[in-house]
Every structure is written in structure tokens, then in C-alpha cells.
Design a binder for this molecule. Structure first.
Ligand SMILES: Cc1cc2nc3c(=O)[nH]c(=O)nc-3n(C[C@H](O)[C@H](O)[C@H](O)COP(=O)(O)OP(=O)(O)OC[C@H]3O[C@@H](n4cnc5c(N)ncnc54)[C@H](O)[C@@H]3O)c2cc1C
Length: 394
């Protein structure tokens, strides 16, 4: 048994750690040669116990180092919960609480999870071949753009929302769908006095608003490189609003576009947006989802995990949790095969069925995202009804 993990994001690294912990041979590759410049933080709640199962004890116990604020206790974070405000008044509309929450800076987390894992970088998967009549370790080959390849028993495509492994499995059916909204995700620093004020006033985990102008905005802490120098603290903004015939994507400067939409927002958020440095870079972005379609796993030789298996919007904070759930299910299945308790085809079929069931969250998260842009009906949002609990019983 040799597993080829394609993609060293949250899902791929969680799988690699789990395989290593269970002494299952693997190789993990990623197309990147340097970390992507996009960064954000994720809220891990219900998947934390699964993460603990997958990671070596020391890595799990030092996860707080990946938090935007390393001193924030997971139980306190759970009590503070996910705060949704009325964007006009700043008053609380909803708080989703969980017994324990960890906010994790995604770049720091990927670095942390790579500890002791030999990720082969600079290997973009371009093709897969199924090998006939080979022994267990030679059943499938992954080919990379640098001309090299890896051969093993099974490929797990953990290569994100625009997965190439998914494209190999499903062709045009693998295409993502763009949601009809504008989207911004950018990070910035603030003058020290405003950074301190924001840090004091904002909910320490998630602090977002839904505005009567049918707009979503959230302001979050990303990092505190120097705890004593508030001018170094890094925050980020996520903002979405609906695009329709009357409301096209503007062609001007992105920060000006955002500022022009802040009329009527409550003071804290308005002040922050006013004080974002004028030269901040806001790259073009798009919310995309993929509603999972069943795939043929070629007799247990190719499967998918994480965003590759179900890519969703972030408004209910489920993508990362589900990536870890996939990793745990995948590692448990392969471990059972290695122990001789399961046949590999039955194990991977059962895993695939589970991933397909979990993908119900793609539509729930889409509804949550669009509900933020429909203020009148916002109280019907899945965020009100389900908070950040998983959509299904596990
Ligand atoms: C703004 C934002 C906020 C979010 N908030 C939350 C939250 O609060 N809670 C939550 O649970 N989730 C959240 N998520 C979702 C979460 O971040 C993702 O679901 C999770 O990171 C997906 O991990 P992944 O490993 O599946 O994919 P990725 O992290 O995208 O990793 C895929 C990896 O595959 C590599 N790759 C791609 N193509 C190839 C190829 N052809 N060959 C080799 N390598 C390749 C990429 O370089 C990348 O390293 C949020 C997402 C965003 C964008």
C-alpha cells in the first residue's frame, strides 16, 4: 500500500499526518514552490477531536501557535462564538456558540502541519494513468508538469476547489459555479490607536455584519507579529454584495468601491474601512462552489478529499471542518485495509459515499452566503438555524 496525496493544503496535510501516524507509506506533493499570498483564518469547531486523532500529540497541543492571537483559549473562544451583527446598528443579531473553537491562520497552520512531513513542492499534477496488471504499489501513476511521476496504490486528490484530479475524474462536470456576488478578501494594518480600539471592541473569534443594503462585511484578526506593537497587527476584511443587472462589478479602485458602500454601516466598521491604507492591494476574487457529483474511483485508485470533493463558501465556516472529517474518514478506511479488516474497493466506495453525503453542506453554505445579501429574510438563514454545527449527524 502506497498513497499518493496530491495537494498540501489542510486536507492533504491532515491526511499525510494521519497516514504517518498509522505507519502507512505515502508521498505528498504540491504545485506551489512558495506559500500563496492569500491568507485568512478558519474556525475549527466540531472537527477538533478528529484533528487530534490525525495529528501527532505535540503538533495538536501546539496548535494555539497558529492562532491569530495565540493567547486566546479555545473554550473562551467557544463561549464568545460567532457574532453576527446588524450592520446598521452594530447590535447583535445572532451568536453561534460551540464548546471549543480554534481560530487558525491558514498559512501558519499549513506550515505547522508540514512539520516532519516531506512535502514535494513544485509538482503540479497534470495527468493520471491507471496501470493494469501491476502489484499493489503500482496500480496508479500521477504525472507532474516537471516531467516526474509518482506511482502507488491510490491517489487522493486534495488539490482544492479547482481540483485537477476532479477534472481528470469528471471532465466538464468538475467545473465550479460562480456565485452572483462581488467578493473581497484582503489584509491590512491600522494606525496603532485604531488597531487597539478594534481589538478591544471586536469579537475575538468571528465578528461579521449583515447590512440592510444587502451587503455582508466581516472584520477579523489575522496575526499579531509583535504583541506590543499594535501597528504591526494584521487584520483582514471579507466583504460580499449581490451582483445583478443594476449592480455590476465596478471598474474603479477596489478600496474606493468598498468605501462607497459603507454609508449607513455602524461606526466601528466604517472607521476601520476609512483607515485601511489607501495603497492596500485588493486582488480580484470570486466566490465559487462545486456541487459534488458522484465519481468513478477506478477500482479504488483515485478519490477526492476536502475542497476538491466539495467546495463551498465560507459563511457557515464548514469547509475546513469537512476537510478534516474527510481526512479522518480516509485514514480510518485505509488503516482498516492495511490491517486486513476491509477490502480496498469496499473501503474506498464507502469513503466516497460519505464524501458525497457530506457535500449536502455545499448548498446549505450557498444559502447562508446568499442570505447575508437578503437582509429582509436574513432570519431564515442556515446561520440562524444551524449555527456552525455540522449539517449531518456523524
Ligand atoms: C475567506 C475564507 C474563510 C474561510 N473560513 C472557514 C472557516 O471559518 N471554517 C472552515 O471550516 N473553513 C473555512 N474556510 C474553508 C477552508 O479554508 C477550506 O475548506 C480548506 O482550507 C480547504 O482545504 P483543502 O486542503 O481542501 O484545499 P486547499 O487549501 O485549497 O489546498 C489545495 C492544495 O492543492 C494544491 N494544488 C492545487 N492544484 C494542484 C495540482 N494540480 N497539483 C498539485 N497540487 C495542487 C494547492 O497548491 C494547495 O496547496 C474558509 C475559506 C476562505 C477562502
Amino acid at each position: 500500500m502506497r498513497v499518493i496525496v496530491v495537494g498540501a493544503g489542510l486536507a492533504g496535510l491532515a491526511i499525510a499526518n494521519g497516514l504517518k501516524k498509522n505507519n502507512i507509506p505515502y508521498v505528498i506533493v504540491d504545485r506551489e514552490t512558495a506559500p500563496r499570498d492569500r491568507n485568512w483564518a478558519i474556525t475549527l469547531g466540531w472537527a477538533l477531536p478528529l484533528f487530534q486523532k490525525l495529528l501527532p500529540e505535540d503538533l495538536y497541543n501546539s496548535l494555539h501557535q497558529c492562532q491569530p492571537d495565540p493567547t486566546l483559549d479555545a473554550k473562551v473562544a467557544g463561549e464568545k462564538g460567532i457574532l453576527v451583527r446588524d450592520g446598521a446598528t452594530g447590535l447583535e443579531m445572532n451568536v453561534a456558540r460551540f464548546p471549543a473553537i480554534r481560530r487558525l491562520n491558514i498559512q501558519k497552520t499549513k506550515r505547522h502541519l508540514s512539520t516532519g512531513i516531506d512535502v514535494k513542492y513544485g509538482k503540479r499534477l497534470i495527468d493520471i494513468t491507471i496501470n493494469e496488471g501491476k502489484d499493489d504499489d503500482g496500480l496508479v501513476t500521477a504525472h507532474f508538469d516537471d516531467g516526474t511521476s509518482e506511482t502507488g496504490s491510490l491517489i487522493v486528490g486534495a488539490d482544492g476547489g479547482a481540483s485537477q484530479v476532479r477534472r481528470w475524474l469528471l471532465g466538464d462536470l468538475a467545473q465550479q459555479e460562480a456565485l452572483p456576488c462581488d467578493f473581497m478578501n484582503f489584509s491590512f494594518t491600522l494606525p496603532a490607536d485604531i488597531a487597539v480600539h478594534l481589538d478591544k471592541e471586536m469579537n475575538p473569534t468571528v465578528d461579521v455584519g449583515a447590512h440592510p443594503s444587502n451587503m455582508y462585511l466581516g472584520i477579523f484578526l489575522l496575526d499579531k507579529p509583535d504583541i506590543d506593537k499594535p501597528e504591526t497587527w494584521v487584520f483582514y476584511i471579507l466583504a460580499t454584495w449581490r451582483l445583478d443587472d443594476k449592480n455590476d462589478r465596478g471598474s474603479g479602485k477596489r478600496l474606493d468601491e468598498l468605501r462607497s458602500r459603507m454609508t449607513g454601516w455602524f461606526d466601528l466598521y466604517k472607521t476601520v474601512v476609512e483607515n485601511v491604507p489607501d495603497d492596500v492591494e485588493i486582488k480580484p476574487d470570486q466566490l465559487r462552489i462545486w456541487k459534488t457529483k458522484p465519481w468513478d474511483n477506478h477500482q479504488a485508485r483515485v478519490t477526492l478529499a476536502g475542497d476538491a470533493a466539495h467546495s463551498m463558501t465560507f459563511h457557515r465556516g464548514q469547509g475546513g471542518n469537512l476537510a478534516i472529517k474527510d481526512a479522518d474518514e480516509f485514514v480510518s478506511s485505509i488503516t482498516a485495509v492495511k490491517r486486513g479488516e476491509k477490502d480496498i474497493e469496499d473501503a474506498v466506495d464507502a469513503y466516497d459515499n460519505g464524501a458525497l453525503l457530506r457535500s449536502a453542506e455545499v448548498e446549505i453554505s450557498r444559502q447562508a452566503s446568499m442570505a447575508f445579501l437578503d437582509y429582509e429574510n436574513f432570519d431564515k438563514s442556515p446561520v440562524f438555524k444551524m449555527g456552525i454545527s455540522p449539517a449531518m449527524k456523524f
